[in-house]
Design a protein around this ligand. Structure first.
Ligand SMILES: Nc1ncnc2c1ncn2[C@@H]1O[C@H](COP(=O)(O)OP(=O)(O)OP(=O)(O)O)[C@@H](O)[C@H]1O
Ligand SMILES: [Mg+2]
Length: 472
């Protein structure tokens, strides 16, 4: 028989069956129909004791991308890379890693609490009404989960929640992170791609480990915080001289935990209401940073006095000094905009905001002058961890030498170690000496340049000491 004839015959059989079904539906009372329908269903359940759940990619009237679908996609991506034979590859949203997912019409098996389940990917293709270029718009993808009916409770009660939660976490890890800054009461953002990590941060190793442990413990303690009835937040105060790595450490924290950064410029905020609005808009898994907190607010709750204003007057004309002399900017703003953020407004936000918002947040203040801060601002519970970033010690130097020069030991290290004990030099200055120059000289050239700088600083310190002694 020709293929065309076969299709015609099948078509007429289907048409006849549909006709009989329509008659059946119309003329048999509901009760009889129900009885008769039960048997084929029981037969199917007996022969095929599996349940299937379909998760479509687009849902709702406006065909929004389903969150469940994208969570499942993320959840399955790690399993797909080891099990599926046909994979799809793409660059992740963080623009750094390759993300693999299962291709259409693939199936993989998952196991949960000793129970086997099967995930299959598929797509329905409907004929495109539009131009061929839009043909893809008519492909409707879905994931189908199949499991034995005995495991219904486990799958619906626990497994699916677990899949959605895991998928969400993977999504957050892979997402493109953002650096937000505020102008007035609005946040604007750029993609956050700072390369600093704790591996490249030069500092005392024990202290570094303590900070990493603290951050990781915090990020895993959601349930603990909720059990004890505290908002899931933690405050860090980073203090130390300029160039010791405070801002760099914030980037390391964000990279370690995969958080966004909100760099809050308090001097751009008009009043406490505007501050509250800004903070409520911050997302979960974020670090809210206020740099140079001593400059951003008058920490006695009063505006700085006139004398201070005069002192700062010249500095604000120099753009490079503006960050450091934030109070100067603030006073300039005050005159024009009547800025009115107060210490108590800031404290309220630290204490109260997160309770309402949920989700994990770090708040980080930096300052060069910890002694200037109001004790109320930095007490435990508000700023839980106070971390001093210090001048460059030998351990920090070794890490910088390894990163910048790819050298772990050298005969000049001993001399540098001795000099670092006597001379205060910031990691930023050390890094500057180790930075590759045009001539790309060898390691010795860079180390000797650093030694010269240290000896010069030592000599200057000696002369200054002598002069001070004479003046006394
Ligand atoms: N501990 C460090 N390890 C590695 N690099 C560092 C470290 N400290 C500083 N640097 C380098 O010096 C530069 C300046 O450091 P950073 O901006 O973090 O200093 P800071 O403490 O925030 O200074 P400021 O108080 O002026 O804001 C960074 O770009 C970084 O390359
Ligand atoms: Mg800084």
């Amino acid at each position: 028989m020709k293929q065309g004839d076969m299709f015609t015959q099948i078509g007429s059989i289907i048409a006849s069956l549909m006709f009989i079904w329509a008659i059946f539906q119309q003329y048999f009372p509901y009760q009889i129909r129900n009885q008769i329908e039960k048997y084929p269903q029981r037969l199917v359940t007996f022969i095929y004791p599996y349940i299937q759940i379909t998760f479509h990619e687009f849902t709702g009237e406006r065909l929004m991308r389903s969150e469940a679908y994208s969570s499942i996609e993320n959840f399955l991506s790690s399993k797909a890379s080891t099990q599926a034979k046909k994979l799809k590859g793409d660059i992740g949203k963080n623009n750094q890693s390759l993300v693999l997912s299962m291709d259409d019409r693939e199936e993989i098996c998952d196991e949960f609490n000793g129970v086997k389940l099967w995930w299959a990917s598929g797509k329905n293709v409907t004929k495109s009404q539009t131009f061929p270029i839009h043909a893809n718009m008519d492909e409707k993808r879905y994931y189908k989960l199949t499991f034995h009916k005995h495991n219904r409770d486990l799958v619906l009660g626990t497994y699916l929640n677990y899949v959605l939660k895991e998928g969400k976490e993977i999504k957050i890890k892979n997402r493109q992170r953002k650096l937000y800054t505020n102008s007035g009461s609005y946040w604007s953002h750029v993609v956050f791609e700072h390369p600093s990590t704790f591996e490249t941060l030069g500092m005392d190793l024990e202290k570094k480990k303590m900070i990493i442990d603290d951050l990781i413990t915090f990020s895993k303690s959601g349930e603990f915080y909720s059990r004890i009835g505290r908002a899931w937040k933690r405050g860090y105060l980073l203090y130390g001289p300029p160039g010791t790595g405070k801002s760099t450490m914030i980037a390391c924290m964000a990279n370690l935990l995969g958080y966004d950064i909100y760099d809050l410029e308090l001097t751009n905020v008009k009043d406490n209401n505007e501050l509250r609005k800004l903070l409520i808009e911050t997302s979960s898994k974020s670090i809210i940073v206020i740099e140079d907190i001593d400059c951003s607010l008058d920490l006695t709750g009063q505006r700085r006095n006139k004398k201070n204003k005069e002192e700062k007057k010249n500095e604000v004309n120099d753009f490079s000094m503006q960050k450091k002399s934030g109070i100067g900017i603030m006073e300039e703003r005050d005159v024009k905009n009547n800025s009115n953020v107060t210490l108590s407004g800031l404290l309220n936000f630290i204490d109260g905001l997160w309770s309402a918002c949920g989700g994990e947040r770090l708040i980080v203040f930096t300052t060069n002058y910890v002694e200037k801060l109001d004790p109320a601002l930095v007490r435990k519970g508000r700023m839980d961890k106070h971390i001093e970033l210090t001048y460059c010690g030998f351990e920090a130097f070794k890490l910088l030498a390894k990163n910048y020069l790819n050298v772990e030991s050298h005969y000049l290290f001993g001399e540098i170690c001795e000099l670092l004990k006597e001379i205060e030099i910031t990691p930023a200055d050390v890094a500057e000496h180790l930075m590759p120059k045009n001539d790309f000289g060898d390691v010795e050239v860079y180390l000797k340049s650093l030694i010269r700088a240290l000896e010069l600083a030592k000599e200057e310190a000696r002369v200054k000491l002598e002069e001070d002694a004479k003046n006394c």
